[in-house]
Structure formats: structure tokens, C-alpha cells
Design a binder for this molecule. Structure first.
Ligand SMILES: [Ca+2]
Ligand SMILES: [Ca+2]
Length: 644
């Protein structure tokens, strides 16, 4: 069965053969599934080409290093393309050439032209052969002879050469689907095939999860615990917020697929039926997760909530609690908060726990506009961003968070308070960083499924490395950029760079032997040396990041943050952290009950059929059985399978 599937997927590369009558016949023979797929072929377009190049590079990600997947070639050349060229070297092939992940298309053209090793021969590259230059990637589409392609591959002036195949026209029916643009914008469809790996458990620290939503969660809610101290707190989810968060992370209802629909969920209820909680309750939730993570395989914890008192990481008990989870292997994802008033232009700062904690993954909300792609994206106007009280830049990353539709408790507090947002019984349209965070939590869970050896630092690094920058957004407002689940899952790297490397010097052992962050030692070092964190961004792998131009490392530790002035502020005096600041009453109605509740009227945007088809093609999803990010769907055998 494995072999059959691999061959089915391998058949996608046969688009090449569609150009000649001989190839046509062969192609049809290989499809093997009858009319549905006859002639239906998929573009191995830019994104896939880049990932494939990275995959072949293994640990060698530096520019100019050999990435060839065949002896004698320095570029990655798709197996089926190579086979076709070998059979017909003088034939013309429509291909996509990719250069450096951080380069520009113009630079690639210059490099190719500058390398005139084929000048005067039939291996010579002509600028006239260029059909398109891309902006989003360092790449171009060209019509080249097989000989020219081989020379380019041998010279190594390009990193990959892929066939530009026809985009699949017929709609591919995945077992799970969701037409909302957010899902397509984040690459979530890679998680909707039968081949999707089983994700570990995500703890949802929230208002509960409504067990009546069996279509969404099946039997994947493997536990519900109530650690909330405020009443009334109904069993399940008397409010609805946690159900929505869980649905975005891992829903699987028809037409309402979440980002990781194979994940198990564990509800840790801290919020009462009015959406209120206390700091103590949330810390208790951390305790519970720490004690039970092995029993339930909890690898990720989502906190779509925040405290309402400004906090320094040096004194904040909730920060200490989430750090404890992080340092014990649980990837913590926190919503940035919705309290910005003009986020498009002005940072709000991110002063509240747990989103102000430097270790955790803090998630902002992107407004993804109306089109697929990041070109019309910006930050949601209420999405918090900027420095924490301790000078850390937050959020780390963003995800869509506006006008999303998901499951809530029918008749729960949320539905009753905003009946105008109910789109059908049990489902609402809501906005907030609360709903961006679970997309990232889902991405983290899927990465953990694929890379069990990765810890939270590596998962955070992989998500940040592969995030896409939105050109219209102010640098930093979306963190390094928007999460992309597919890109992250196609990152073939044994150990992603660690964005928390600078903090690791200050991890020490507690009296019970567990690891803790010595925030006082960190503060002392940070005040003494503004460059203390250079190590975190020194990894060469960051230079390949899509957002590297934004110089996140610099922004995150801008001099201003470390100026004496930042530390002289009375706000950070010890007095500010008196017991009074921890009054439970101050914690109420978590993340969603602020800016996003007064959200401007707006409609959920769907990805249209063309956008869906092109995304599936870009992602290499050609079969409901095949997840292109795992080995079962990779073309390992295409050359052999093409030989008559
Ligand atoms: Ca509850
Ligand atoms: Ca967009």
C-alpha cells in the first residue's frame, strides 16, 4: 500500500509528459485511477521548489553549498524532470529556477547570465527564455532546453530546478476542509489529508470545551478538568470561548476543519460561565499540566488569555509558571492580547503575563485581507505588540485573527452576549488574538508529531524561521511574520535555530532539581551588557528566514529597550509588585473582552476555488491520501517509475 501511494503521488510529476503524444499515453497509464485524475496535474511551483531544495540540502543550508540530489549536480533537479531531459536533452522544458531563499529574482538572473560557461554552445542561457520573474521568491520561470538545464544544475548558480506543471483544475476533495481564507493563508490544508500524522495533545487553558460538539472533536477531547475558582462554572464550557479556541486548533467538523484536526485536546477549565478567571486559577492550570503531561501526552499548551496587571518577568508568578512548563518540554503558546488601539501605526506594548514572557511563543493577530497571500495583510488594529516591561519584543509570530468562524457553546455566555455574531446554532464569527494563538499551537503540535526530538525552543525556532513577512505591516507588529504550517512542516532541518539561546545562560536548577529561569541574574546581565542576547540570533540559519530583512534580532533588542531610562521607570520599581497587584479580582474576562469585542463590522473571507486549487497545487497535495510533508508522499522513485 505504501508503494502504491508513493507511485500515485509520483504520478503528479508526469505533467511533463503531457507535452508529447508519447508522454500522454504513458502519463495516463500511470495515473491509474481513471478519469478523475486524467490530465489533472499539479504545479510544483515556487514554494515547493524552495522546500525541496532545502530538503536535499540536509544540514547544508548555507548559500552556495551543493544542494544537488543527483551525482554531479549542484542544484536540486526534480527526478522526473531529469528523467525527461535524459530521454530528450534537446527538448524544451518549461521550468522554474530558484536561487537563494533570501535573494531577489533580479540577482538570480544576473548570476545565471554572469556564469557564461555555456557561451557559444547549445548550452547557452538566453534572457529571452525567461517567461516570468517572481517577486515572492528568488526565482523565475523559463523555457529551456534540457542541455541548458543540465548545465545550470551542474554549475550551481541555481539551487533548484522544477518543472512548471499545469495547475490542477479539478477540485480535490480532501477528507477535511474549511473554505475560510485563514486556513488557506496558513497552509493548514496539509493537515487535512488521510496521511496527516497524529498530533500530540494540546491543552486548552480556557473556559472549557463543549462536549456537545461531537462533529468537531469526536472522541479527541481526552480529558476535562476544572481548576477555576469563580462561579458559576458549568461542566463542559458554559461560556464558549474555549470551544472556539479548540475548534480553530483542532476542529474536524465538515467544512469547519481546524489547523490540526488529528490532535487530541485536553480542556483545563479556568474560566467561569461569564469568561472570568483569576491569576491563581491559571497558575493552578499550569500545575495540573505539569503533573499530568506524561499521562495525556500534552506537548503544547494554549493560553488565549492574559492578566490585567502589568508585570515584570522577574516577579510575575504566572510567567514563572509558564516558564516551568516550557523548561519541562511543554510548548507554551500565548495570545498577545487585544488591547492595542491603533496597532497598524503604533505599538501598544505587551506588558501582561503570560504573553510578556520571553520564552513562550506569543501570538499576534493578522488581518489577512481578502486575498490569498501576504501582500494585502496587516496587523489587526487591536492586536497588541511592542516591548514588554522588560524590553522583550512581542509578539514573536502572528496568525490570522479577524472575522473567524468556529464552534461555541450553543446558549453559552458568549453566544448570549453577542447574538449578532452567531452565524448558525453553535457557531459564531469572532475576532481576537485568542483565535490566532490556537493556529500556532496547532502548528507546534504538528511539528512535535513530525520531530518528537524537538523541544519547545526548536519548535519556536522552526515556526519563526518559516514565518512569512507581510510587507504592509510595520516591522514587529506581527512579530517576525505570519505562521505557515506547511512551510514549517516542510522544513527539513535537524535542529532549528533557538530564539531563546540568549536566555539559556540563566536557566538554573531549583531545589527540587527542576529547571527554572533565574530572571534576576538575567536582568543583571542585561543591564550590564546590551549585547547579552546576540547569541540567540547568531545562528546562520536565521539568514535564510523569509523575514531576515526585517532584522528581527536587532529590533527585538533595540538599544532603547536597554537604555537606563527603561529601567529607571518607576513602573518597574519593586513597589509596583506589591501583593496588591495580584489581587485576583483584577483578573477578569480574559483576552477576548477588549479591543476585539468592539471589532468593526466585517465578514469572514473565504478562499475562492482558484485560490484553493492553487494552494493545493503549491503544497503538492494531489491525493486525499497523501500528505506532501511526510515521506509517504514524497516522490522517491519517480525516475524508475517513468521508465517504460
Ligand atoms: Ca468554564
Ligand atoms: Ca491576504
Amino acid at each position: 500500500m505504501r508503494q502504491k501511494r508513493a507511485n500515485d503521488c509520483g504520478a503528479r510529476s508526469n505533467a511533463l509528459w503531457g507535452r508529447g503524444s508519447r508522454g500522454e499515453a504513458r502519463s495516463n497509464a500511470l495515473w491509474g485511477r481513471g478519469g478523475r485524475r486524467a490530465g489533472a496535474v499539479v504545479a510544483m511551483v515556487a514554494t515547493v521548489a524552495v522546500f525541496a531544495a532545502a530538503a536535499s540540502a540536509g544540514s547544508g543550508n548555507g548559500n552556495g553549498q551543493a544542494r544537488g540530489n543527483h551525482a554531479g549536480l549542484k542544484a536540486y533537479v526534480e527526478d522526473s524532470l531529469l528523467a525527461a531531459i535524459q530521454q530528450n536533452p534537446k527538448g524544451t522544458f518549461d521550468v522554474i529556477l530558484s536561487g537563494s531563499p533570501k535573494g531577489r529574482s533580479a540577482g538570480l538572473v544576473n548570476s545565471i547570465v554572469a556564469d557564461n560557461s555555456g557561451a557559444g554552445s547549445d548550452e547557452s542561457f538566453s534572457k529571452n527564455s525567461i517567461k516570468k520573474q517572481f517577486n515572492a521568491i528568488d526565482g523565475l520561470q523559463a523555457s529551456l532546453s534540457g542541455k541548458v538545464i543540465l548545465r545550470l544544475a551542474k554549475r550551481g548558480v541555481v539551487s533548484s530546478i522544477m518543472a512548471n506543471e499545469t495547475v490542477q483544475k479539478s477540485a480535490l476533495q480532501l477528507p477535511l476542509y474549511n473554505t475560510q481564507l485563514w486556513a488557506w493563508s496558513t497552509g493548514a490544508p496539509v493537515d487535512w489529508t488521510y496521511g496527516t500524522p497524529k498530533a500530540p495533545t494540546i491543552a486548552i487553558v480556557d473556559s472549557g470545551i463543549d462536549p456537545a460538539h461531537t462533529a468537531d472533536f469526536g472522541n479527541r477531547v481526552i480529558g476535562q478538568v476544572n481548576v477555576g475558582s469563580l462561579t458559576p462554572n458549568s461542566p463542559g464550557d458554559g461560556y464558549g470561548h474555549g470551544t472556539f479556541v479548540a475548534g480553530i486548533a483542532a476542529g474536524a467538523a465538515p467544512g469547519m476543519a481546524g489547523a490540526a484536526p488529528t490532535a487530541n485536546l485536553l480542556s483545563v477549565d479556568v474560566m467561569n460561565d461569564n469568561g472570568q478567571s483569576t491569576v491563581g486559577d491559571v497558575i493552578k492550570a499550569c500545575d495540573w499540566i505539569l503533573a499530568n503531561k506524561s499521562t495525556y501526552n500534552i506537548q503544547v499548551a494554549n493560553f488565549s488569555l492574559h492578566a490585567t496587571n502589568r508585570a515584570s518577568v522577574m516577579f510575575d508568578p504566572l510567567d514563572a509558571a509558564v516558564e516551568k512548563l516550557w523548561l519541562n518540554g511543554v510548548t507554551v503558546v500565548a495570545a498577545a492580547g487585544n488591547y492595542a488601539t491603533d496597532a497598524v501605526n503604533t505599538p501598544s506594548g505587551v506588558p501582561f503575563a503570560p504573553g510578556n514572557d520571553p520564552f513562550v511563543i506569543t501570538v499576534g493577530a493578522a488581518d489577512i485581507g481578502t486575498k490569498l497571500g501576504l501582500g494585502d495583510d496587516t496587523v489587526a488594529p487591536w492586536s497588541a505588540w511592542g516591548y514588554t516591561g522588560d524590553g522583550f519584543m512581542k509578539p514573536d509570530i502572528s496568525a490570522p485573527g479577524r472575522y473567524m468562524i468556529g464552534p461555541v457553546t450553543q446558549g453559552g455566555g458568549l453566544a448570549l452576549s453577542r447574538p449578532d455574531k452567531v452565524v448558525k446554532p453553535g457557531y459564531m464569527q469572532l475576532s481576537g488574538t485568542s483565535f490566532s494563538a490556537p493556529i500556532v499551537a496547532a502548528a507546534a503540535a504538528m511539528l512535535k508529531a513530525q520531530h518528537p526530538q524537538w523541544g519547545p525552543d526548536q519548535i519556536k525556532g522552526a515556526l519563526m524561521l518559516t514565518a512569512g513577512a507581510a510587507p504592509l505591516a510595520k516591522p514587529g507588529s506581527l512579530g517576525v511574520g505570519e505562521v505557515n504550517i506547511a512551510t514549517a512542516r516542510m522544513l527539513h532541518m535537524s535542529s532549528p535555530p533557538n530564539p531563546n539561546a540568549g536566555l539559556d545562560h540563566f536557566i538554573t536548577s531549583a531545589t527540587d532539581g527542576t529547571q527554572v529561569f533565574d530572571a534576576a541574574a538575567w536582568q543583571s546581565a542585561a543591564k550590564a551588557n546590551a549585547a547579552w542576547n546576540d547569541a540567540a540570533w547568531a545562528d546562520a540559519a536565521w539568514s535564510d528566514a523569509a523575514w531576515a530583512d526585517a532584522a528581527w534580532g536587532d529590533a527585538a533588542w533595540a538599544d532603547a529597550a536597554w537604555s537606563d531610562a527603561a529601567w529607571a521607570s518607576a513602573a518597574w520599581g519593586d513597589a509596583a509588585w506589591s501583593d496588591a497587584a495580584w489581587s485576583d479580582a483584577a483578573w477578569s474576562d480574559a483576552a477576548w473582552a477588549d479591543g476585539a469585542t468592539s471589532e468593526a463590522t466585517g465578514d469572514t473571507t473565504d478562499a475562492d476555488q482558484t485560490e484553493q486549487d492553487s494552494t493545493l497545487a503549491d503544497l503538492g497535495i494531489v491525493d486525499p491520501s497523501c500528505d506532501p510533508t511526510v515521506s509517504i508522499c514524497q516522490v522517491t522513485n519517480a525516475v524508475d517509475s517513468l521508465v517504460p
